[in-house]
Design a protein around this ligand. Sequence first.
Ligand code: BG6
Ligand code: MG
Length: 222
Amino acid sequence: MTKAALFDLDGVIADTAAYHLQAWHKLVQDHFGLDAPADLLAQTKGLSRTDSLAAILSGLDLTVTDDEFTQLAAEKNALYQQLLANLNEDSILPGIADLLAALRKKGFRLALASASHNAPLILDKLGLSGTFDAIADPRKVAHGKPAPDIFLAAAKGVGCQPEDCIAFEDSAAGIAAIKAAGSCAVGVGQQAARQADIGFPDTAALDLDQILAQINRKKSAG
Ligand code: BG6
Ligand code: MG
């Protein structure tokens, strides 16, 4: 039986995925005078801060020292946190507050499975600090998305087997991570929707009854 719902944060609960992209773009512009292509930046969706920076540098054929790498990652985070300054309860993406309430009503445990070290700060700004029964700590998992670690940690945090969880994601890396964990992947947005078990064009379209009916159909068929 499906007992818990695991959530990505950036791009699922709040539109902070766009802020990550803006911060990376400015960092690359400021330091290297380059215009990082949108498709390169899009590949960082769901990846940890350091994996994202490594992917961007490699995509632009840039090499930096270890110290410069650390400095660039810190500076990106400072730029990102400036963009978070105006985040508030209205920044929760459409449909998410209702979905969280509906899941609660049905007795689901809720866990956060975000790669972001800024997750507690963001939840606080959104007024969602008390909403999740568990918040998996990305600092404590060995491998970032697309590895399953953060979703396995989130499922464990709410005392559920991964196969008894549904998980919500907007990134390709995140969908791969959910599938590797053995949970049911719900994808939000065009690309994630194509790769997921169940897909929706955006958060406003998320429909819990439809998700649960589809899971039941799959279980009775398999
Ligand atoms: C993920 C985002 O949720 O968090 C990535 O999709 C980001 O874009 C990652 O790199 C890490 O976030 P932070 O806030 O720790 O830099
Ligand atoms: Mg995301």
